[in-house]
Design a protein around this ligand. Sequence first.
Ligand SMILES: N[C@@H](CCC(=O)N[C@@H](CS)C(=O)NCC(=O)O)C(=O)O
Length: 220
Amino acid sequence: MPDLTLIIGNRNYSSWSLRAWLAMRMAGLAFEEILIQLDQPDTATRIREYSPAGRVPVLRHEDRAIWDSLAICEYAAELAPEAHLWPEDRIARAVARSVSAEMHSGFAALRDALPMNIRADRPGIPIADATQADIDRICGIWRDCRQQFGAGGYFLFGGFSIADAMFAPVASRLHSYRIAVDGMARDYIEAIRTLPAMEEWSVAAAAEPWVLEQEEIRVD
Ligand SMILES: N[C@@H](CCC(=O)N[C@@H](CS)C(=O)NCC(=O)O)C(=O)O
């Protein structure tokens, strides 16, 4: 196995894989990829070949496993300090870590109701109150970060950071389901969607032939 190998799930659906992959790409690291199709009879066994946690993403570095998207993002930041995957300013960095952790551990209603489905274009899904509350909080985070720290670029802390990797799947979800958001959130979603690394991932996601029915939310 090469030095760095990232094990991911289906690009179209695996939001955790996208986060780790974006951080690795934006760090400028060379790595190989192994894609394990989710929801197959052998998925769990195949993932456990690389990580006892049994989830993707997993990063293999030499003979060690680093698992969990946020840990992989942190590791990418340490391997490539010159990429500044965390903001340089201490306060900005603390806020970036806070919003990344909030994303990592929260927003269950939104994650359940609006699964990441990069190739979908599906307006008209009814939005429950709990999901709307998650959307409002996320847009609030984006607004605060952009207003306070975003002056140097188009991302939450100006230049691309791990916080953007963490929120990229949400940006994709809000786009796929055409969720109404304010202008600042719309601009941020476009900044994520048009990031060349995100475009590369999205093109590959659209080309995948696999459909996971339980992830395909449709309007009745
Ligand atoms: N907290 C973990 C979550 C990872 C996770 O839930 N991954 C899903 C795919 S997006 C998975 O591995 N599913 C495999 C399975 O359930 O068999 C992370 O941040 O990496």
